[in-house]
Design a protein around this ligand. Structure first.
Ligand code: AMP
Ligand code: ZN
Length: 112
C-alpha cells in the first residue's frame, strides 16, 4: 500500500533501525520508545489491523518472532510485554498491523 508508513519501511523507502527480517516479517525499533526495549514486529504484507489477519501461519510466525527477538534482546527470562492495539479505542495509530515488544523495565497492569 503506497501511503502506508510501515509498507514504505518494508520497501526500503524509509529506513528504520531494523532488528530482524525474513520472508514474512520485519522488525524495527520504535521511534518513540515507551520502555528500554521497544520493538515493532510487522507482517511484510499489508494487513491493516488484527481484525484483518486471516493467515494463521503468519499469526503464529509473528508471535514466535516476538519471542525470538525477546531472547536476542536478553529479556526473555526476566519477562516482557507484547501488545497489539486494534482500531480507535484500542489506541492504534498506524494502520499496518504491528506487535509491540516492550521490556527492560517492570510493566504495570492494567494497561492504560
Ligand atoms: P500504535 O499506536 O499501536 O499504532 O503504535 C504505532 C507505533 O509506531 C508508535 O509506538 C510509534 O512510536 C511508532 N512509530 C511511528 N512512526 C515510526 C517510525 N517512523 N519509526 C519507528 N516507529 C514509528
Ligand atoms: Zn502497510
Amino acid at each position: 500500500m503506497t501511503d502506508c508508513l510501515f509498507c514504505k519501511m518494508v520497501a526500503g523507502e524509509i529506513k528504520p533501525d531494523v532488528v530482524y527480517e525474513d520472508e514474512q516479517v520485519f522488525a524495527f525499533r520504535d521511534i518513540n520508545p515507551k520502555a528500554p526495549t521497544h520493538i515493532l514486529v510487522i507482517p511484510k504484507q499489508h494487513v491493516a489491523t488484527l481484525n484483518d489477519l486471516q493467515d494463521k501461519g503468519l499469526a503464529g510466525h509473528l508471535l514466535q518472532t516476538v519471542a525470538q527477538i525477546a531472547a536476542t534482546e536478553g529479556i526473555a527470562e526476566v519477562g516482557y510485554r507484547t501488545v497489539i492495539n486494534c482500531n480507535n479505542e484500542g489506541g492504534q495509530e498506524v494502520y499496518h498491523l504491528h506487535l509491540h515488544l516492550l521490556g527492560g523495565r517492570p510493566m504495570t497492569w492494567p494497561a492504560g
